[in-house]
Design a protein around this ligand. Structure first.
Ligand SMILES: [Zn+2]
Length: 418
Protein backbone atom coordinates (compact mmCIF):
# COMPACT_ATOMS: atom_id res chain seq x y z
CA UNK A 1 0.00 0.00 0.00
CA UNK A 2 1.22 3.50 -0.72
CA UNK A 3 0.79 6.99 0.67
CA UNK A 4 -2.30 7.67 2.74
CA UNK A 5 -3.49 4.05 2.74
CA UNK A 6 -0.17 2.72 3.98
CA UNK A 7 -0.09 5.31 6.74
CA UNK A 8 -3.62 4.38 7.75
CA UNK A 9 -2.71 0.70 7.92
CA UNK A 10 0.43 1.29 9.95
CA UNK A 11 -1.32 3.55 12.40
CA UNK A 12 -4.15 1.20 13.21
CA UNK A 13 -2.79 -2.36 13.03
CA UNK A 14 0.45 -3.64 14.47
CA UNK A 15 1.99 -6.50 16.42
CA UNK A 16 4.71 -6.19 19.04
CA UNK A 17 6.60 -9.16 20.48
CA UNK A 18 7.07 -8.94 24.26
CA UNK A 19 8.74 -12.12 25.60
CA UNK A 20 10.27 -15.02 23.65
CA UNK A 21 10.48 -18.62 24.85
CA UNK A 22 14.02 -19.82 25.45
CA UNK A 23 15.76 -22.68 23.65
CA UNK A 24 15.32 -21.24 20.18
CA UNK A 25 11.60 -21.96 20.26
CA UNK A 26 9.22 -19.76 18.26
CA UNK A 27 6.71 -19.29 21.13
CA UNK A 28 6.24 -15.72 22.36
CA UNK A 29 3.95 -13.24 24.06
CA UNK A 30 2.98 -9.97 22.44
CA UNK A 31 0.32 -7.38 21.75
CA UNK A 32 -1.84 -6.98 18.64
CA UNK A 33 -3.11 -3.43 18.17
CA UNK A 34 -6.36 -3.00 16.24
CA UNK A 35 -8.66 -0.02 15.66
CA UNK A 36 -10.99 -1.51 18.32
CA UNK A 37 -8.36 -2.15 20.97
CA UNK A 38 -5.50 -4.41 21.94
CA UNK A 39 -5.18 -8.18 22.22
CA UNK A 40 -2.53 -9.53 24.61
CA UNK A 41 -1.21 -12.74 23.04
CA UNK A 42 -1.33 -15.69 23.20
CA UNK A 43 -5.10 -15.24 23.36
CA UNK A 44 -8.10 -17.47 22.90
CA UNK A 45 -10.72 -15.88 20.63
CA UNK A 46 -14.24 -17.25 21.33
CA UNK A 47 -16.45 -17.91 18.31
CA UNK A 48 -19.72 -16.06 17.79
CA UNK A 49 -20.72 -17.80 14.57
CA UNK A 50 -23.74 -15.67 13.68
CA UNK A 51 -22.54 -12.53 15.49
CA UNK A 52 -23.40 -13.98 18.90
CA UNK A 53 -21.66 -16.39 21.26
CA UNK A 54 -24.69 -18.62 21.61
CA UNK A 55 -26.66 -18.07 24.85
CA UNK A 56 -24.25 -15.51 26.36
CA UNK A 57 -24.32 -11.68 26.42
CA UNK A 58 -21.30 -9.93 24.92
CA UNK A 59 -20.89 -8.02 28.21
CA UNK A 60 -20.59 -11.35 30.00
CA UNK A 61 -17.92 -12.51 27.53
CA UNK A 62 -16.03 -9.29 28.21
CA UNK A 63 -16.30 -9.75 31.99
CA UNK A 64 -14.91 -13.25 31.60
CA UNK A 65 -11.79 -12.04 29.83
CA UNK A 66 -12.64 -12.41 26.13
CA UNK A 67 -10.39 -9.94 24.30
CA UNK A 68 -11.82 -10.50 20.81
CA UNK A 69 -14.58 -12.49 19.09
CA UNK A 70 -14.64 -14.32 15.74
CA UNK A 71 -17.72 -14.52 13.50
CA UNK A 72 -18.25 -16.59 10.35
CA UNK A 73 -18.50 -14.85 6.99
CA UNK A 74 -20.46 -17.72 5.42
CA UNK A 75 -23.22 -17.62 8.05
CA UNK A 76 -23.52 -13.82 8.09
CA UNK A 77 -23.53 -13.73 4.27
CA UNK A 78 -26.55 -16.04 4.19
CA UNK A 79 -28.24 -14.37 7.17
CA UNK A 80 -28.81 -11.42 7.67
CA UNK A 81 -26.58 -10.44 4.70
CA UNK A 82 -23.33 -8.42 4.87
CA UNK A 83 -25.05 -5.23 3.63
CA UNK A 84 -27.16 -5.13 6.79
CA UNK A 85 -24.11 -5.57 9.04
CA UNK A 86 -22.38 -2.80 7.05
CA UNK A 87 -25.37 -0.51 7.45
CA UNK A 88 -25.33 -1.14 11.20
CA UNK A 89 -21.75 0.18 11.33
CA UNK A 90 -19.91 -3.14 11.15
CA UNK A 91 -19.87 -6.39 13.09
CA UNK A 92 -18.85 -4.99 16.49
CA UNK A 93 -21.49 -2.29 16.53
CA UNK A 94 -24.15 -4.65 15.14
CA UNK A 95 -23.63 -7.15 17.99
CA UNK A 96 -22.78 -4.64 20.76
CA UNK A 97 -19.17 -5.83 21.09
CA UNK A 98 -16.81 -2.86 21.46
CA UNK A 99 -13.56 -4.86 21.25
CA UNK A 100 -11.59 -6.36 18.34
CA UNK A 101 -13.35 -8.75 15.96
CA UNK A 102 -12.25 -11.41 13.47
CA UNK A 103 -14.11 -12.95 10.54
CA UNK A 104 -13.05 -16.09 8.70
CA UNK A 105 -13.19 -16.15 4.90
CA UNK A 106 -16.15 -18.48 4.51
CA UNK A 107 -13.92 -20.98 2.71
CA UNK A 108 -14.09 -23.60 5.45
CA UNK A 109 -17.88 -23.44 5.67
CA UNK A 110 -18.65 -23.42 1.96
CA UNK A 111 -16.52 -26.52 1.52
CA UNK A 112 -17.53 -28.34 4.70
CA UNK A 113 -20.97 -27.18 5.88
CA UNK A 114 -22.06 -26.85 2.29
CA UNK A 115 -21.59 -30.56 1.87
CA UNK A 116 -22.59 -31.43 5.44
CA UNK A 117 -19.41 -31.46 7.53
CA UNK A 118 -18.49 -34.86 8.95
CA UNK A 119 -21.57 -36.38 7.39
CA UNK A 120 -20.57 -36.02 3.78
CA UNK A 121 -16.98 -34.89 3.76
CA UNK A 122 -14.61 -37.21 5.60
CA UNK A 123 -12.00 -35.15 7.46
CA UNK A 124 -10.20 -37.96 9.24
CA UNK A 125 -7.41 -39.91 7.59
CA UNK A 126 -8.09 -43.62 7.31
CA UNK A 127 -4.91 -44.50 5.47
CA UNK A 128 -6.44 -44.37 2.02
CA UNK A 129 -5.59 -41.47 -0.24
CA UNK A 130 -8.65 -40.45 -2.18
CA UNK A 131 -9.68 -37.18 -3.77
CA UNK A 132 -13.36 -38.01 -3.96
CA UNK A 133 -14.10 -37.73 -0.27
CA UNK A 134 -17.86 -37.69 -0.50
CA UNK A 135 -19.51 -40.36 1.61
CA UNK A 136 -21.82 -42.92 0.02
CA UNK A 137 -25.38 -41.80 -0.52
CA UNK A 138 -24.60 -38.11 -0.08
CA UNK A 139 -24.77 -35.44 -2.72
CA UNK A 140 -21.83 -33.14 -3.35
CA UNK A 141 -23.15 -29.66 -2.56
CA UNK A 142 -19.95 -27.71 -3.17
CA UNK A 143 -17.75 -27.75 -6.26
CA UNK A 144 -14.34 -26.09 -6.44
CA UNK A 145 -12.78 -24.74 -9.63
CA UNK A 146 -9.83 -22.45 -10.26
CA UNK A 147 -11.97 -19.33 -10.00
CA UNK A 148 -13.95 -20.11 -6.83
CA UNK A 149 -16.51 -22.38 -5.17
CA UNK A 150 -20.14 -22.97 -6.07
CA UNK A 151 -22.21 -24.29 -3.17
CA UNK A 152 -25.71 -24.73 -1.86
CA UNK A 153 -26.90 -23.02 1.31
CA UNK A 154 -27.35 -25.35 4.27
CA UNK A 155 -30.41 -23.23 5.17
CA UNK A 156 -32.57 -23.49 2.06
CA UNK A 157 -30.55 -25.25 -0.64
CA UNK A 158 -30.22 -22.07 -2.73
CA UNK A 159 -27.18 -21.86 -4.99
CA UNK A 160 -24.31 -19.41 -4.30
CA UNK A 161 -20.78 -18.72 -5.48
CA UNK A 162 -17.76 -17.53 -3.50
CA UNK A 163 -14.62 -16.27 -5.20
CA UNK A 164 -11.67 -14.48 -3.57
CA UNK A 165 -13.24 -11.16 -4.59
CA UNK A 166 -16.67 -12.12 -3.22
CA UNK A 167 -15.15 -13.19 0.11
CA UNK A 168 -13.22 -9.92 0.39
CA UNK A 169 -16.33 -7.92 -0.45
CA UNK A 170 -18.33 -9.71 2.24
CA UNK A 171 -15.60 -9.36 4.86
CA UNK A 172 -15.12 -5.67 4.15
CA UNK A 173 -18.85 -5.15 4.61
CA UNK A 174 -18.78 -7.15 7.86
CA UNK A 175 -15.99 -4.82 8.97
CA UNK A 176 -13.99 -7.04 11.36
CA UNK A 177 -10.53 -5.84 12.47
CA UNK A 178 -8.89 -9.05 11.27
CA UNK A 179 -10.07 -11.07 8.28
CA UNK A 180 -8.75 -14.01 6.30
CA UNK A 181 -7.93 -14.61 2.65
CA UNK A 182 -10.16 -17.08 0.81
CA UNK A 183 -8.46 -20.49 0.63
CA UNK A 184 -9.28 -24.00 -0.45
CA UNK A 185 -9.88 -26.50 2.34
CA UNK A 186 -8.45 -29.95 1.70
CA UNK A 187 -8.71 -33.05 3.88
CA UNK A 188 -6.16 -35.61 5.00
CA UNK A 189 -7.73 -38.00 2.52
CA UNK A 190 -6.67 -35.92 -0.47
CA UNK A 191 -3.68 -37.22 -2.42
CA UNK A 192 -0.33 -35.46 -2.34
CA UNK A 193 -0.90 -34.46 -5.96
CA UNK A 194 -4.18 -32.82 -5.07
CA UNK A 195 -2.60 -30.99 -2.10
CA UNK A 196 -0.01 -29.50 -4.45
CA UNK A 197 -2.65 -28.42 -6.94
CA UNK A 198 -4.78 -26.97 -4.15
CA UNK A 199 -1.83 -25.05 -2.72
CA UNK A 200 -1.23 -23.38 -6.10
CA UNK A 201 -4.90 -22.45 -6.19
CA UNK A 202 -4.83 -21.02 -2.64
CA UNK A 203 -1.74 -19.02 -3.61
CA UNK A 204 -3.46 -17.55 -6.68
CA UNK A 205 -6.54 -16.77 -4.59
CA UNK A 206 -4.31 -15.03 -1.98
CA UNK A 207 -2.98 -12.72 -4.70
CA UNK A 208 -6.53 -11.93 -5.85
CA UNK A 209 -7.58 -11.33 -2.22
CA UNK A 210 -4.83 -8.81 -1.54
CA UNK A 211 -5.54 -6.94 -4.80
CA UNK A 212 -9.23 -6.74 -3.97
CA UNK A 213 -8.45 -5.87 -0.33
CA UNK A 214 -6.34 -2.89 -1.47
CA UNK A 215 -9.08 -1.72 -3.79
CA UNK A 216 -11.77 -1.98 -1.10
CA UNK A 217 -9.57 -0.37 1.58
CA UNK A 218 -9.13 2.66 -0.68
CA UNK A 219 -12.81 2.74 -1.64
CA UNK A 220 -13.97 2.49 1.98
CA UNK A 221 -11.61 4.98 3.58
CA UNK A 222 -14.41 6.14 5.91
CA UNK A 223 -14.08 2.79 7.76
CA UNK A 224 -11.30 1.72 10.17
CA UNK A 225 -8.46 -0.27 8.57
CA UNK A 226 -9.09 -4.03 8.39
CA UNK A 227 -6.06 -6.32 8.58
CA UNK A 228 -5.85 -9.25 6.15
CA UNK A 229 -4.26 -12.59 7.10
CA UNK A 230 -3.24 -15.19 4.50
CA UNK A 231 -4.10 -18.83 5.22
CA UNK A 232 -1.40 -21.48 5.14
CA UNK A 233 -2.43 -24.88 3.84
CA UNK A 234 -0.29 -27.90 2.92
CA UNK A 235 -1.79 -30.58 5.18
CA UNK A 236 0.82 -32.82 6.87
CA UNK A 237 3.62 -32.19 4.35
CA UNK A 238 6.59 -30.23 5.70
CA UNK A 239 7.86 -29.08 2.30
CA UNK A 240 4.40 -27.89 1.24
CA UNK A 241 3.78 -26.01 4.51
CA UNK A 242 7.17 -24.29 4.33
CA UNK A 243 6.74 -23.41 0.66
CA UNK A 244 3.24 -22.04 1.31
CA UNK A 245 4.64 -19.73 4.02
CA UNK A 246 7.47 -18.41 1.84
CA UNK A 247 5.26 -17.94 -1.21
CA UNK A 248 2.51 -16.13 0.71
CA UNK A 249 4.99 -13.82 2.46
CA UNK A 250 6.41 -12.86 -0.95
CA UNK A 251 3.02 -11.76 -2.31
CA UNK A 252 2.53 -8.03 -2.91
CA UNK A 253 -0.62 -6.29 -4.02
CA UNK A 254 -0.81 -3.99 -7.02
CA UNK A 255 -0.19 -1.09 -4.60
CA UNK A 256 2.65 -2.91 -2.83
CA UNK A 257 0.64 -4.12 0.17
CA UNK A 258 1.48 -7.33 2.01
CA UNK A 259 -0.38 -9.62 4.38
CA UNK A 260 -0.72 -8.31 7.95
CA UNK A 261 -0.56 -11.77 9.52
CA UNK A 262 -1.14 -15.47 8.93
CA UNK A 263 -3.70 -18.15 9.65
CA UNK A 264 -2.53 -21.72 9.99
CA UNK A 265 -5.34 -23.85 8.70
CA UNK A 266 -6.32 -27.04 7.05
CA UNK A 267 -5.99 -30.69 7.65
CA UNK A 268 -3.82 -31.77 10.55
CA UNK A 269 -3.85 -34.44 13.22
CA UNK A 270 -3.35 -33.93 16.94
CA UNK A 271 0.00 -35.71 17.06
CA UNK A 272 1.68 -33.49 14.44
CA UNK A 273 0.00 -30.18 15.27
CA UNK A 274 3.04 -28.79 17.13
CA UNK A 275 5.40 -29.84 14.34
CA UNK A 276 3.25 -28.22 11.64
CA UNK A 277 2.96 -24.94 13.56
CA UNK A 278 6.73 -25.07 14.11
CA UNK A 279 7.55 -25.49 10.39
CA UNK A 280 5.30 -22.56 9.54
CA UNK A 281 6.57 -20.24 12.27
CA UNK A 282 10.20 -20.91 11.32
CA UNK A 283 9.38 -19.57 7.86
CA UNK A 284 7.09 -16.69 8.83
CA UNK A 285 8.36 -13.22 9.77
CA UNK A 286 8.62 -12.51 13.52
CA UNK A 287 6.78 -9.21 13.41
CA UNK A 288 3.44 -10.55 12.10
CA UNK A 289 0.85 -12.37 14.22
CA UNK A 290 -0.12 -16.01 13.57
CA UNK A 291 -3.60 -17.34 14.14
CA UNK A 292 -4.36 -21.01 14.56
CA UNK A 293 -7.78 -21.96 13.24
CA UNK A 294 -10.08 -24.23 15.24
CA UNK A 295 -8.30 -25.52 18.37
CA UNK A 296 -9.22 -25.29 22.07
CA UNK A 297 -8.04 -28.37 24.00
CA UNK A 298 -5.18 -27.72 26.46
CA UNK A 299 -2.81 -30.19 24.75
CA UNK A 300 -3.32 -28.51 21.37
CA UNK A 301 -2.96 -25.01 22.78
CA UNK A 302 0.29 -25.77 24.59
CA UNK A 303 1.73 -27.36 21.42
CA UNK A 304 0.62 -24.49 19.17
CA UNK A 305 1.80 -21.73 21.55
CA UNK A 306 5.16 -23.36 22.20
CA UNK A 307 5.74 -23.49 18.45
CA UNK A 308 4.82 -19.88 17.75
CA UNK A 309 1.04 -19.43 17.37
CA UNK A 310 -0.38 -16.20 18.89
CA UNK A 311 -4.18 -16.47 18.71
CA UNK A 312 -6.72 -19.31 18.42
CA UNK A 313 -10.40 -19.66 17.82
CA UNK A 314 -12.68 -22.60 18.36
CA UNK A 315 -16.39 -23.17 18.58
CA UNK A 316 -16.00 -26.20 20.87
CA UNK A 317 -16.19 -24.61 24.35
CA UNK A 318 -19.70 -23.32 23.62
CA UNK A 319 -20.78 -26.19 21.36
CA UNK A 320 -20.01 -28.90 23.91
CA UNK A 321 -21.43 -26.76 26.75
CA UNK A 322 -24.85 -27.01 25.12
CA UNK A 323 -24.47 -30.79 25.36
CA UNK A 324 -23.66 -30.62 29.10
CA UNK A 325 -19.91 -31.24 28.67
CA UNK A 326 -17.85 -29.29 31.20
CA UNK A 327 -14.13 -28.49 30.89
CA UNK A 328 -11.99 -28.77 33.99
CA UNK A 329 -8.26 -28.87 34.61
CA UNK A 330 -8.50 -32.61 35.10
CA UNK A 331 -10.41 -33.24 31.87
CA UNK A 332 -13.99 -33.12 30.67
CA UNK A 333 -17.10 -34.50 32.33
CA UNK A 334 -20.81 -34.56 31.60
CA UNK A 335 -23.10 -32.77 34.07
CA UNK A 336 -26.10 -34.66 32.71
CA UNK A 337 -25.30 -37.91 34.53
CA UNK A 338 -27.41 -38.84 37.56
CA UNK A 339 -24.54 -38.79 40.09
CA UNK A 340 -24.84 -34.98 40.14
CA UNK A 341 -28.51 -34.87 41.20
CA UNK A 342 -27.64 -34.06 44.80
CA UNK A 343 -24.18 -32.51 44.31
CA UNK A 344 -24.39 -29.00 45.77
CA UNK A 345 -20.82 -27.99 44.90
CA UNK A 346 -19.75 -25.78 41.96
CA UNK A 347 -18.96 -27.52 38.64
CA UNK A 348 -15.32 -26.49 39.08
CA UNK A 349 -14.12 -25.30 42.48
CA UNK A 350 -10.92 -23.88 40.98
CA UNK A 351 -12.75 -21.67 38.48
CA UNK A 352 -13.41 -17.94 38.95
CA UNK A 353 -16.37 -17.70 36.53
CA UNK A 354 -19.85 -16.39 37.39
CA UNK A 355 -21.37 -19.86 37.07
CA UNK A 356 -18.94 -21.46 39.50
CA UNK A 357 -19.36 -18.54 41.92
CA UNK A 358 -23.16 -18.80 42.08
CA UNK A 359 -24.53 -22.20 40.97
CA UNK A 360 -24.30 -25.86 41.94
CA UNK A 361 -23.89 -29.04 39.90
CA UNK A 362 -27.29 -30.20 41.15
CA UNK A 363 -28.98 -27.05 39.82
CA UNK A 364 -27.25 -27.17 36.42
CA UNK A 365 -28.00 -30.91 36.18
CA UNK A 366 -31.66 -30.09 36.86
CA UNK A 367 -31.67 -27.36 34.16
CA UNK A 368 -30.44 -29.84 31.53
CA UNK A 369 -32.97 -32.47 32.57
CA UNK A 370 -35.74 -29.85 32.41
CA UNK A 371 -34.40 -28.61 29.04
CA UNK A 372 -34.11 -25.06 30.36
CA UNK A 373 -32.21 -22.50 28.25
CA UNK A 374 -30.25 -21.27 31.26
CA UNK A 375 -28.34 -24.58 31.26
CA UNK A 376 -26.60 -23.60 28.01
CA UNK A 377 -25.87 -20.10 29.27
CA UNK A 378 -24.29 -21.23 32.54
CA UNK A 379 -22.18 -23.98 30.98
CA UNK A 380 -21.04 -21.79 28.07
CA UNK A 381 -19.89 -19.09 30.50
CA UNK A 382 -17.83 -21.69 32.36
CA UNK A 383 -16.26 -23.39 29.33
CA UNK A 384 -15.37 -20.11 27.62
CA UNK A 385 -13.86 -18.77 30.85
CA UNK A 386 -11.93 -22.01 31.36
CA UNK A 387 -10.41 -21.80 27.87
CA UNK A 388 -9.66 -18.05 28.01
CA UNK A 389 -8.07 -18.44 31.45
CA UNK A 390 -5.97 -21.42 30.35
CA UNK A 391 -4.42 -19.37 27.53
CA UNK A 392 -4.04 -16.31 29.81
CA UNK A 393 -2.12 -18.47 32.27
CA UNK A 394 0.10 -19.81 29.49
CA UNK A 395 0.81 -16.20 28.51
CA UNK A 396 1.74 -15.36 32.12
CA UNK A 397 3.97 -18.43 32.28
CA UNK A 398 5.96 -17.29 29.22
CA UNK A 399 6.32 -13.76 30.60
CA UNK A 400 7.23 -15.16 34.01
CA UNK A 401 9.78 -17.65 32.66
CA UNK A 402 8.03 -20.83 33.93
CA UNK A 403 6.31 -22.08 30.76
CA UNK A 404 7.82 -25.59 30.80
CA UNK A 405 6.89 -26.25 34.44
CA UNK A 406 3.36 -24.92 33.91
CA UNK A 407 2.93 -27.03 30.76
CA UNK A 408 4.09 -30.20 32.49
CA UNK A 409 1.83 -29.63 35.52
CA UNK A 410 -1.23 -28.67 33.43
CA UNK A 411 -0.95 -31.56 30.98
CA UNK A 412 -0.36 -34.09 33.77
CA UNK A 413 -3.58 -32.89 35.42
CA UNK A 414 -5.51 -32.91 32.13
CA UNK A 415 -4.38 -36.39 31.14
CA UNK A 416 -4.56 -37.77 34.68
CA UNK A 417 -8.22 -36.86 35.02
CA UNK A 418 -9.30 -39.00 32.10
ZN1 LIG B 1 -16.50 -21.84 36.05
Amino acid sequence: MVGVEAARAQESFSFTVKTRLDGGRAGRTGVIDTPHGQIATPAFVPVGTKATVKAVLPETMREHGAQALLANAYHLYLQPGPDIVDEAGGLGRFMNWPGPTFTDSGGFQVMSLGVGFKKVLAMEAVGVANDDVIAKGKERLATVDDDGVTFRSHLDGSKHRFTPEVSMGIQHQLGADIMFAFDELTTLLNTRGYQEKSLRRTHEWAQRCIDEHERLTAARSHRPYQALFAVIQGAQYEDLRRKACRDLEAIRGAEGGEFDGYGIGGALEKHNLGAIVGWCCQELPEHKPRHMLGISEPEDMFAAIENGADTFDCVNPSRVARNAAIYREDGRFNINTSRFRRDFTPIDDECDCYTCGHYTRAYIHHLFKAKEMLAATLCTIHNERFTIRMVDRIRDSIDGGYFDAFKEESLAKWRGGR
